[in-house]
Design a protein around this ligand. Structure first.
Ligand SMILES: Nc1nc2c(c(=O)[nH]1)N[C@@H](CN(C=O)c1ccc(C(=O)N[C@@H](CCC(=O)O)C(=O)O)cc1)CN2
Length: 307
């Protein structure tokens, strides 16, 4: 009888994120009881992008469920950059708001980098402000982008000490690839950032003990790119046509990651599914960052939120 190929352990980001939100809720309740401060998060969305609308609704509902203050500002797609900056200035000045987030993508007439850098760095719960990117790069405390922070939490929960492991990140964006690299470097991994110009990408990936795919190309990472037993973190959220031809013809889609899951699961040691892996961690980490920002606003050290 031939041996069955072993299947990777699934990393359940949905379950982990539920626990994290519960820990944020409990820590925030203690903060309010001790200091009279309820963490407050303001989310700003410009326009009608359906996926963004869904994410913003989920952010608001999760924030309320955790007992935090949640304000959502829905602006018309034609809102000017000046009006958006004026709203950010108001939120920066609002003492009841500890976290300010502008949902991306923004309409093309607005310069996202100008808007993100207008947020007070100490309220920048997305961690996208250049000051927070700098703090992360030099190892100072600051607010860390939610998706890479969530990936790191899952990795530490699964593997414990990451030091000395080879980590390969595919993708060099400011919001995932670069901060992910900084976080893994902070854990003493040997880090490679791969991108569209990387030569022999499959061979680079095969050297990885930890492979993080954040490239935005459906199922690009194939099973034979993965070192047997490696831990694979799939950050991709790509909408592709439904497998059912009738549904596809009617415009129905399904969500897949950047990793060809059915191949990868036969080779990897552990893998995040899509959906249900990294995605839910993004919103849970947003709440964790809002709690931390509220603590720091009154000079209180945040409680650790690890599992
Ligand atoms: N200001 C920001 N904008 C955007 C961010 C961000 O972190 N800050 N990230 C993404 C969107 N995003 C949160 O905003 C987000 C994406 C996906 C999920 C999620 O839970 N995904 C599910 C699948 C949901 C689906 O079917 O679409 C999953 O992976 O299980 C949460 C948050 C871009 N914009």
């Amino acid at each position: 009888m031939s041996a069955q190929p072993s299947r990777a352990t699934l990393i359940d980001g949905k379950a982990f994120s539920t626990g994290l939100v519960e820990r944020v809720a409990a820590a925030s309740a203690r903060l309010e009881a001790a200091h009279g401060v309820k963490p407050g998060l303001a989310v700003v969305i410009v326009g009608e992008d359906p996926a963004s609308q869904l994410y913003v609704r989920n952010k608001g509902e999760t924030t309320v469920r955790a007992g935090l203050r949640s304000d959502t500002h829905r602006l018309d797609a034609t809102t000017s950059q000046a009006d958006l900056l004026a709203l950010i200035a108001e939120l920066n000045a609002d003492a009841g708001i500890h976290g300010v987030l502008v949902q991306l993508p923004l309409p093309t007439h607005i310069d996202a980098s100008v808007v993100l850098d207008a947020i007070d760095p100490d309220k920048d719960v997305d961690g996208f402000h250049v000051v927070n990117a700098g703090r992360l790069a030099v190892g100072l405390p600051g607010l860390v982008p939610c998706t890479p922070l969530g990936c790191l939490m899952l990795l530490k929960d699964q593997l414990g000490d990451l030091s000395g492991l080879n980590a390969v990140i595919i993708g060099r964006s400011n919001i995932v690839g670069k901060p992910m690299a900084q976080l893994l470097l902070g854990e003493s991994c040997t880090v490679t950032i791969a991108h569209s110009r990387t030569r022999d990408l499959p061979a680079v990936c095969r050297a990885a003990d930890i492979l993080v795919a954040a490239v935005g190309r459906p199922e690009m990472v194939r099973g034979d790119w993965i070192k047997p037993g490696a831990t694979v973190i799939d950050v991709g959220i790509n909408r592709v046509p439904s497998l059912d031809p009738e549904k596809a013809a009617a415009g129905k889609t399904r969500v897949v990651g950047d990793v060809a899951f059915q191949e990868a699961v036969q080779v990897a040691g552990r893998i995040t599914p899509v959906p249900g892996g990294v995605g839910p961690m993004t919103i849970a980490c947003l709440l964790a960052n809002t709690y931390s920002a509220a603590c720091r606003s009154i000079g209180v050290t945040p409680e650790p939120l690890d599992a």
